[in-house]
Design a protein around this ligand. Structure first.
Ligand SMILES: [Zn+2]
Length: 502
């Protein structure tokens, strides 16, 4: 007795009694802000695949249990999969409509990493409190080159696309076409360092759009990037010729530089870069990774690409580089295929207009989507008058509907891994906060996609590219529903910036 009194007395002195009895009292009131009941919880990192209840408190997953749970709000998820929200490493659609289209596709974090931005700080500042999903960007090499050569900076607008493609991808611009002097290269590296200090998530390299970018320039940037743990997100340079073996060249350069410098490299959209050689390129990268080179890649699940008609991608000789012809180019406003004449006309009149390029072999897309380690990323581009590529609207549901359910090209768990924990891990070295994303685990951020595996599907097409995906019932960002019963919630803005160093 004496001992017990002493023990209790000690607890009171230490102020611990309240802590010990608090859990018992808490049962009476809802313990959680939100509970998701009876869903099929799927966590690709641990392999957990279990009917369970989930309790969310203060924006994080507080419990996953087969016991009954009570919350201030309840989502009934019987028959639905409860998965981590999808993380898109490649979204140029960094504006309100772009975020909303992606939210309805299950995306909770959309990042502009391939093109990037500069300066970085205003990109984050203008979005704070104004987005439905999480956002972030790398430091944009092309924006740095524009600043170096012209003094012009990216406009920090939250409602329009951050990259004005008409301005950012012109042909015959000095900042794109010309080499940098040694002095300019030193300044470029300083601006890159500044962008990382301001929260940039790596370096975005639109190599093919910057014909003046030297191999020495990129190699020097990788030496700067490696100790900063800043990955490079690279749209590889143009291949040398139509000969399929030449498609290896641009990726071999990246493998070599990554091996020599220790920099992490992420190769963007392997489908449109690899074309008929996707298998060889994946083999090349797998081999490099097995030998310690930090190189990864991604794919969007479509057999057509999209870019600005005035861009350097269409400089003379483009047919050989991308294995296409004028008739493979679709003009979105009308759906017509172009001819040499109409191509020249549009390229002169509206160089920033986006076209759709039907050049990627379908078997290459399936191969990449199913290949272990290849991430799913949309390459979403802003819509102009509701026209554009459907990938900004339907990428993730399309993988789940077409490649998992219809084609059986990969399992549902494998597909989810490619959309969640793999992209999270890609960023963890530079952004440790990503360790809390891409998982359905206790302590993780409550960014979740809740969908019906029997009906989830993309509906966006080349003709109707903004038709939202179906079968995605709930999308939560930090525990707040931005999609509820399949409907976008227009008054909530729980999105937060994902920054390097955070
Ligand atoms: Zn690209």
């Amino acid at each position: 007795m004496k001992l017990r009194r002493l023990f209790i007395g000690t607890l009171v002195r230490l102020g611990l009694v309240g802590v010990l009895i608090w859990p018992a009292l808490a049962v009476a009131a809802p313990a959680y802000d939100l509970v998701i009941l009876h869903g099929r919880v799927m966590d690709p990192e641990t392999g957990r695949d279990q009917i369970a209840n989930l309790g969310i408190r203060k924006g994080r997953i507080a419990v996953i249990s087969t016991r009954p749970l009570a919350g201030a709000q309840t989502i009934e998820a019987k028959g639905l999969v409860v998965a981590p929200g999808f993380i898109d490493l490649h979204s140029h659609a960094q504006y309100a409509f772009g975020y909303d289209q992606q939210a309805r596709d299950g995306v909770t974090t959309a990042l502009e990493l391939e093109a990037g931005v500069y300066p970085v700080a205003p990109f984050y500042a203008v979005r704070a409190g104004h987005t439905r999903i999480n956002y972030g960007a790398s430091v944009g090499l092309q924006s740095i080159r524009v600043k170096l050569k012209t003094g012009i900076e990216d406009p920090p607008t939250a409602t329009a696309p951050v990259n004005h493609w008409a301005d950012i991808l012109p042909r015959k611009a000095e900042w794109a076409e010309s080499a940098l002097s040694p002095d300019e290269m030193t300044k470029e590296q300083a601006l890159f360092r500044q962008g990382i200090a301001d929260g940039g998530l790596g370096l975005g390299v639109l190599y093919e759009y910057l014909p003046g970018l030297g191999r020495d320039e990129l190699y020097a940037l990788m030496k700067v990037a490696a100790p900063l743990k800043a990955p490079l997100f690279v749209h590889a340079r143009a291949a040398a010729a139509a000969d399929p073996s030449h498609l290896l060249d641009p990726i071999q350069e990246l493998v070599a530089d990554a091996a020599a410098t220790g920099a992490a490299v992420h190769v963007c959209h392997i489908g449109s870069k690899g074309l008929g050689s996707v298998g060889e390129l994946l083999d090349l990268m797998d081999g490099a990774r097995a030998r310690g080179v930090d190189i990864t890649t991604e794919v969007y699940p479509y057999d057509a690409g999209s870019t600005a008609i005035g861009s350097a991608l269409f400089n003379p000789g483009w047919q050989a580089h991308i294995g296409g012809s004028f008739g493979d180019i679709e003009w979105p406003p009308t759906g017509e295929r172009l001819t040499e004449q109409s191509f020249a006309q549009h390229r002169a009149d509206t160089p920033g207009a986006m076209v759709i390029l039907h050049t990627i072999p379908d078997p290459s897309v399936t191969l990449a989507v199913a290949h272990p380690g290849v991430m799913i990323a949309s390459d979403a581009v802003p819509y102009v008058d509701g026209k554009g590529h459907p990938r900004g609207t339907g990428t993730f549901a399309r993988v789940l509907g077409v490649y998992v359910r219809q084609k059986h090209a990969l399992t549902l768990m494998e597909a989810l891994g490619k959309m969640t924990v793999l992209p999270a891990k890609r960023l963890e070295a530079i952004a440790p906060a990503m360790r809390r994303k891409g998982r359905v685990q206790v302590g993780a951020d409550a960014d979740l996609a809740v969908f019906d595996p029997a009906t989830v599907a993309d509906r966006a097409t080349y003709r109707h590219p903004t038709e939202p995906s179906q079968g995605i019932a709930y999308v939560l960002v930090g525990g707040i529903a931005v999609v509820d019963h399949g409907a976008l919630q227009s008054k909530v803005f729980p999105g937060k910036g994902v920054r390097g160093g955070s």
